[in-house]
Design a protein around this ligand. Structure first.
Ligand code: FEO
Ligand code: CA
Ligand code: CA
Length: 667
């Protein structure tokens, strides 16, 4: 894509378009060809929602919705009064709850960090401060403090940077950050990426940062040394001039969602890594591989000052990104591990669950239109009483890709060198090759191309798994099926997977649709919800999810620049019922300020604290915001959330929500 395309006013819009651009040119039939044989859409929804909920949304649906709303009240696990759809300059939370800012971009994390000064930013300061664009949030409990106060570690990803609203003078076109890049600007960008680990403690009922905790840590793109482990570590294709061993790499990029393992480590998923590389694909030794991933993405100017981000100068560095990074938050001096056994793709997240036999299973989406859903099953078993014994479990096991069938079943296909087409005849000489080119291996196995898998969330209370397919505007009318059955699908859908016999390691499972997103009152959308869903209970573009301690599912949305067409409301958080008569009913709980998306979400184990990441306020789609109708700049942003102080730019922030009576969130 031309990096100087004038359609894009900020990096976020460019990035969204990149995710919109499929690079899967394999001849694999999509869900359409696979599934249309036996299911029409309505029969799938009947299975998903229950016969009573299969309403043809239209004039007769309203009466049914009113009836059903009365019927579900007693059964619903969500007791809050939902907020309204809308867009404005601040956030909103359901009545009876409070939302407080815990930490903002630029706030001190490490000892010696200066106070945030937007007019005098430096890489040295940023490396000690909270990074930009907070995305995934994980929580690792610590033993209570001496006074009994609850404590824990927050693990927060910083996905990317939004220069137009971060720095003076860089608004007016997303390419400005590229064309006007300086070594110092690049160094600040690198320091604003990665992750933060923060100790928090509950004092007088409120969670507070523990200043200068020895656990506090910044992980960055430019400074943090990491180790490549697993089957691909050390392979020639991972070796560079700076690292002939092929096992040591500096930094991590585009850390989107992630996970916390059962042994309390923090998984950071590297998503749109292609974006950080420049150079020429034609004639490149890795041309087949890089083309399938969109490398070079030419999104950042890092390669101008750091040869490793220029594929002409360092041909293999891009093979050292696109992995899942495991960090031990309990040891601030530990070296993060890039776990190659989990495959190389645009990892949205990596949520884990302990299988009944003790193996750990990680569910993972590859977030691009027509790309795939994966799971990794460890070879070894989790040792509940021996944390150290679990620390390398993610280095050995089997990676599988999903293939959905027309009869409501699905298969997990192993990506194992030497099996099926994964042979030298197709360019694979080892398991390392299979993992480095995971996408191409999955193409050959005829995996099912999907509508952009984002978070894949197991619910430990039920053993079911939720796949959030965010949208696919590129799906054509001739390529439809029961799971992806809408052309120009700007709304997305949520698929529920039920492992056979509750076995997450099994090769077979069953699937159904939980909801088809979009406005159920507009038949043209093809949206399908439980009829009890209210006027504000529906959403579009599901992205991140969390299952709380009560087994309830919470869904956060990211509509990007398309919010005005997809829903007309800002992004937010919804409670979504998954069981019983209310299955498929949404309830709007939280709304973000204009131009933001909602990430996180995280509930503490007692479900009494909800922690949210408000990402890129004032950026996406603000041109369509009534009364604004232009793109945000540092000098003139659509909102100065959360500070609302003159001259202060908008700041991605972590928000802590509690219930005013101290009870369960949304109860
Ligand atoms: Fe970074 Fe796919 O969201
Ligand atoms: Ca996401
Ligand atoms: Ca999640």
């Amino acid at each position: 894509m031309d990096r100087f395309d004038a359609r894009f006013s900020c990096r976020g819009e460019w990035l969204e378009e990149a995710e919109n651009s499929p690079v899967n040119e394999s001849a694999t039939p999509s869900f359409g060809a696979v599934c249309e044989a036996r299911f029409d859409r309505r029969s799938v929804l009947r299975g998903a929602l229950g016969a009573a909920a299969v309403a043809t949304m239209g004039s007769s649906a309203l009466a049914l919705m009113a009836h059903a709303r009365e019927a579900r009240a007693a059964d619903s696990p969500f007791g809050f009064a939902e907020i309204a759809h809308g867009v404005d300059e601040t956030h909103h939370v359901a009545p009876g709850h409070s939302a407080e800012i815990l930490i903002r971009w630029g706030d001190p994390v490490l000892a010696g960090a200066p106070a945030f000064d937007p007019m005098n930013q430096s890489a040295a300061a940023q490396a000690l401060q909270f990074g930009y664009n907070n995305d995934y949030i994980g929580f690792v409990s610590l033993a209570p403090a001496a006074d009994g106060a609850a404590r824990g570690l927050l693990c927060v990803n910083h996905e990317y940077t939004s220069e137009a609203v971060m720095f003076p003078g860089l608004g007016g076109g997303y390419d400005k950050a590229f064309s006007q890049a300086t070594p110092e600007l690049v160094a600040i960008e690198m320091a604003a990426h990665g992750g933060s680990i923060l100790e928090i403690a509950r004092e007088d009922g409120a969670w507070k940062l523990v200043a200068d905790s020895h656990y506090n840590r910044r992980i960055t793109a430019g400074e943090t040394e990491m180790i490549l482990t697993g089957p691909a570590a050390g392979h020639a294709r991972l070796q560079t001039d700076a690292d002939p061993s092929g096992t040591r790499v500096v930094g991590t990029v585009n850390n989107c969602a992630g996970g916390i393992t059962p042994w309390g480590t923090y998984l950071m998923a590297e998503e749109n890594f292609h974006y950080y590389f420049m150079g020429t694909l034609e004639g490149h030794a890795e041309a087949r591989n890089y083309k399938r991933y969109g490398v070079p993405g030419n999104g950042y100017a890092w390669g101008r000052y750091h040869d490793r981000f220029d594929i002409d100068k360092e041909p293999n560095e891009a093979n050292r990104f696109g992995w899942v990074v495991e960090v031990d938050p309990l040891d601030p001096s530990s070296t993060p591990r890039k776990r190659t056994a989990l495959g190389r793709f645009k990892h949205e997240g990596a949520e884990t669950i302990v299988n009944g036999d003790g193996r750990v299973v990680a569910y993972m989406g590859d977030d691009q239109r027509f790309d795939y859903l994966y799971k990794f099953v460890s070879a070894g078993r989790v040792s509940p009483d021996d944390r150290a014994a679990n620390m390398d479990l993610l280095d050995s096991g089997t990676l599988y890709v999903a293939k959905f069938h027309a009869d409501g079943s699905m298969s997990w296909l192993p990506l194992v060198f030497g099996e099926g087409p994964l042979t030298p005849g197709n360019g694979f000489e080892s398991q390392a090759d299979v993992l480095i080119e995971t996408r191409l291996a999955a193409d050959l196995l005829a995996a099912t191309p999907t509508d952009r898998p984002e978070d894949v969330q197991p619910n430990p209370a039920t053993g079911k798994v939720y796949v959030l397919l965010t949208n696919n505007s590129k799906r054509q009318a001739g390529d439809l099926n029961p799971v992806n059955d809408r052309a120009d699908n700007i709304w997305g859908q949520i698929v529920e997977i039920v492992p056979r016999g509750g076995d997450h390691g099994a090769l077979a499972a069953d699937w159904s649709l939980l909801v088809q997103c979009g406005d159920p009152a507009d038949p043209a959308t093809g949206a399908a919800w439980n009829a009890a869903t209210g006027a504000d209970g529906w959403f579009a573009c599901p992205d991140n999810a969390a299952a709380d301690g009560l087994g309830r599912l919470w869904v956060a949305t990211d509509q990007g620049g398309g919010w005005s067409k997809a829903s007309g409301t800002a992004d937010g958080l919804w409670g979504l019922e998954t069981e019983g008569p209310g299955r498929g009913t949404g309830h709007m709980f939280f709304r973000v300020p204009v131009g933001a998306e909602l990430c996180g979400p995280l509930l503490t184990p007692d479900s009494k604290t909800l922690i949210l990441a408000v990402q890129h306020p004032a950026t996406d789609g603000v041109k369509d915001y009534p009364g604004f109708e232009r793109s945000s700049t540092f000098e003139d942003p659509a909102t100065r959330w959360p500070d609302f102080e003159p001259g202060m730019p908008p700041r991605p922030s972590v928000v802590v929500v509690t219930k005013n009576d101290g009870g369960v969130i949304g109860g």
